[in-house]
Design a protein around this ligand. Structure first.
Ligand SMILES: Cc1cc2ncn([C@H]3O[C@H](COP(=O)(O)O)[C@@H](O)[C@H]3O)c2cc1C
Ligand SMILES: O=C(O)c1cccnc1
Length: 363
């Protein structure tokens, strides 16, 4: 039975502070100088809080790569043509894309979802190579009007929620987000501009590698999209429907589902973080369940992480998407879970505790 968006939004709870405190107490007792495992300890505390367990296993890991097309590519906002979206879906199905290679090395599965690719992918669905929640054959051109209807936005969010539910029921303990959709850095920057009030110029980057004049055009297109559609930054569904994308909505839904089912979710780069912004604006407590994989090279991404209040795990000059950053960061997240349930405390290990630390202020 499919959950409605409303049910999920009312069902999302913040992570219990009491569990965080309990976890931190154990982490502070580990046989290491206080805080010397840095951010791994913060991650371990977050995982224990989310799972309400001192043994928060995240060994079963899955990146979900959501695919969709964008009417706005007609405005020349990408360095690549729209046909690359289905070509790359096929490449991921064949195992030859960056996400396949990075995920395999990290012991992470890859699930591909057609949220709105502009061509028929039913043969891949029949072969069970991808899931399909296709809302339409690409969004409308946001430089001319809304990307989708409000109903389509809800449909795409509920699809993402359903994917999270399916994976949770199949035993997945850690979710990662990913995207494939030529032109999708444009709606991602537009979403950030709509929520943050920052100008399109501040939050727009070169995506797949635009030159200076094409970047200038992309900024103008986003300015036009905002001026024509007037997305209301206080109404997340309005922003998503007017300047969003189907795969971005799917990612937002996946994050809502992760929070609802209490599964931690590793958020990839610019496009995934646009989905995360939508999720946060629909249900602020979702941020408790998010882990930022990395700092993307796209200039808007740092503002997104600021708005989300998240600190990226990695900074590897990535600007690809697909879920590549999420796959890379998942090993570190899994390592953090092992720190809390496998390491011994001073007492358990028979190691003498600290001296000369009284009054020391820990981070
Ligand atoms: C071959 C290829 C593989 C990709 N894998 C991810 N992206 C990334 O680039 C696209 C967004 O950039 P823009 O907005 O400039 O089009 C998305 O498909 C994103 O997933 C790719 C792009 C290309 C060309
Ligand atoms: O940060 C990302 O996810 C990104 C940046 C550029 C192009 N595609 C994806």
């Amino acid at each position: 039975m499919q959950l409605s968006l409303e049910e999920v939004l009312t069902g999302i709870r913040p992570v219990e502070q009491a569990w965080r405190v309990k976890a931190r107490k154990r982490l502070d007792d580990l046989a290491i100088p206080r805080d010397s495992l840095g951010c791994l300890l913060d991650l371990a505390e977050q995982l224990a809080g989310i799972k309400e367990s001192m043994m928060p296993s995240v060994a079963k890991k899955m990146v979900v790569t959501m695919a969709g097309d964008h009417g706005v590519v007609a405005e020349g906002v990408s360095a690549f043509p729209q046909e690359v979206t289905p070509q790359m879906v096929n490449n991921i199905v064949a195992g030859g894309a960056a996400i396949n290679v990075l995920a395999e090395a990290a012991g992470v599965g890859v699930t591909i979802v057609d949220m709105g690719v502009a061509v028929d992918l039913s043969s891949l669905v029949e072969q069970k190579k991808i899931l399909s929640y296709k809302v339409a054959y690409g969004t409308q051109n946001i430089a001319k009007g809304p990307a989708m209807t409000r109903e389509q936005a809800v449909q795409a969010l509920e699809a993402g929620i359903e994917v999270a539910g399916l994976l949770m029921k199949s035993g997945i303990e850690l979710l990662g987000t990913g995207d494939m959709g030529i032109g999708n850095t444009t709606p991602s920057s537009a979403i950030l501009a709509a929520f943050s009030g920052r100008s399109p110029r501040q939050v727009t980057g070169r995506g797949t590698g635009l030159n200076d004049s094409a970047l200038e055009n992309k900024i103008k297109v986003i300015e036009k999209a905002i001026a024509i559609n007037k997305p209301d930054g206080k109404d997340a569904l309005d922003v998503l429907a007017k300047v969003g994308g189907f795969e971005i909505a799917g990612i937002a839904g996946l994050i809502l589902g992760a929070a609802y089912y209490r599964v931690p979710v590793v958020v990839d780069g610019l496009i995934s973080s646009a989905g995360a912004l939508v999720a946060k604006n629909l249900a602020p407590d979702t941020v408790d369940y998010m882990i930022a994989a990395h700092q993307s090279m796209e200039p808007g991404h740092q503002y997104m992480l600021e708005v989300l209040g998240l600190k990226p795990i990695l900074n590897l000059n990535l600007r690809l998407g697909e879920g590549t950053g999420a796959a890379l960061a998942m090993n570190i997240v899994e390592t953090a879970s092992r720190v809390i349930y496998k390491m011994l405390t001073f007492t358990d290990a028979g190691v003498t505790g600290p001296e000369n630390t009284e009054g020391m202020v820990h981070a």
